[in-house]
Design a protein around this ligand. Structure first.
Ligand code: ADP
Ligand code: MN
Ligand code: MN
Ligand code: MN
Ligand code: MN
Length: 339
């Protein structure tokens, strides 16, 4: 038997953006534990905005397990928060609101800033570095600094070792800003992996004394880009049947549900979706072929392929909860009759 360090990880009850929480329990297993072998566990919900003090027990229900690349005999255990009965989802448990993700594929593009001493990494203590231009996909010290790429590479290696399905990484438009992409067949799978990748990034950065700034417009109303988390999505029907009529009906449903989508696409999105910096205004739905200034970008390949394939919703922001984003997209998709 081997003693495993099981890091149970969950989302707390803070609004509008939940925080990642985690605690360790040690359990013996013959070999790396399967999900079925992992027991329910509990925590004090009064310390996480998930319960009142007098009746504060919440239940952690494991829903995904990954090898922990940074710990000897470690496992990362993604959990849903349940009521004390162990079967009723807690009101903060948004993963449980994803009703049906059969056949749904999601690709999330997470943008974020590294922050040190309250400034983006690589910014001088006062004033600003050279304006945006050569940072995006850039190379060299003056473009990406010296520490950022080291962290990004370490994070990528950790995620791959944990079995997270990264599809790529790149330096972004602003100095100190980066992106990684995660793709999953099943929205829960993609969203679980996104939260786990965020966890690994934040934990890795502790030793560098660097924070991750997920806010969508950390530099306010300046010429510095904000951060998004574009959600690329497809369903079985979109990939195999599609068609112009279906596509137009789908876009009409997205337009009708504009406010429901914006409500879960991350806080302060009105500061980011201004119509500038490759964004569409937050309060007006639009779509366009290869149009990075539209709410939904329709890839060339989609049109060429008789309106089959995937679509990119460019509105979700870097602070958004991928569970809520996927849940709302699939809810709108489900409103549109297929054939
Ligand atoms: P860009 O920066 O040009 O928008 P990226 O390469 O960063 O493009 O992101 C594109 C994303 O689209 C990737 O995360 C990829 O996994 C995702 N994607 C590709 N095909 C599909 C599909 N059929 N369904 C859902 N997502 C997809
Ligand atoms: Mn205790
Ligand atoms: Mn991208
Ligand atoms: Mn990007
Ligand atoms: Mn994109």
């Amino acid at each position: 038997m081997t003693k495993y360090k099981l890091e149970y990880i969950w989302l707390d009850g803070y609004t509008p953006v939940p925080n990642l929480r985690g605690k360790t329990q040690i359990k013996e297993f013959e070999s790396f534990p399967t999900l079925e072998q992992l027991p329910l566990w509990g925590f004090d919900g009064s310390s996480t905005m998930q319960a009142e003090g007098h009746s504060s027990d919440c239940v952690l229900k494991p829903v995904a397990v990954y090898p922990d690349p940074a710990r000897v005999n470690g496992a990362l255990v993604m959990c849903e928060v349940m009521m004390p009965d162990g079967v009723t989802p807690h009101s903060t448990n948004k993963r449980a609101t994803i009703l049906d993700d059969e056949g749904a594929w999601f690709g999330f593009e997470q943008e974020y800033f590294f922050y040190k001493n309250g400034r983006p990494l690589g910014f001088p203590a006062e004033g600003y570095p050279a304006p945006q231009g050569t940072y995006y996909t850039g190379v060299g010290y003056s473009n990406v600094g010296s520490v950022a790429r080291q962290i990004v590479e370490e994070h990528l290696d950790q995620c791959l070792a944990a079995g997270i399905n990264h599809e790529g990484i790149n330096a972004e438009v602003a100095k100190g800003q980066w992106e990684f992409q995660i793709f999953g067949k099943g929205s829960r799978k993609a969203a679980d992996e996104m939260w786990m990748a965020r966890y690994l990034l934040q934990r890795l950065c502790e030793k560098y004394e660097i924070d991750i700034e997920y806010h969508c417009k950390p530099l306010g109303d300046t010429d510095w880009n904000g951060s998004g988390m574009h959600a690329n999505f497809s369903t079985e029907y979109l990939r195999t049947v599609g068609g112009k009529d279906y596509f137009e009906a789908l876009m009409a449903a997205f337009e009708k549900n504009l406010m429901d989508h914006i409500a879960v696409y991350g806080p302060d999105n009105d500061k980011r979706l201004t119509g500038k910096h490759e964004t569409a205004p937050w309060n007006k739905f639009s779509y366009g072929v290869a149009d990075r200034g539209a709410s939904i970008r329709v890839p060339h390949s989609f049109v060429k392929n008789d309106y089959k394939g995937y679509l990119e919703d460019r509105r979700p922001n870097s602070q958004g909860d991928p569970y809520q984003i996927a849940s709302q997209i699939l809810k709108t998709v489900a409103e549109v009759p297929t054939s």
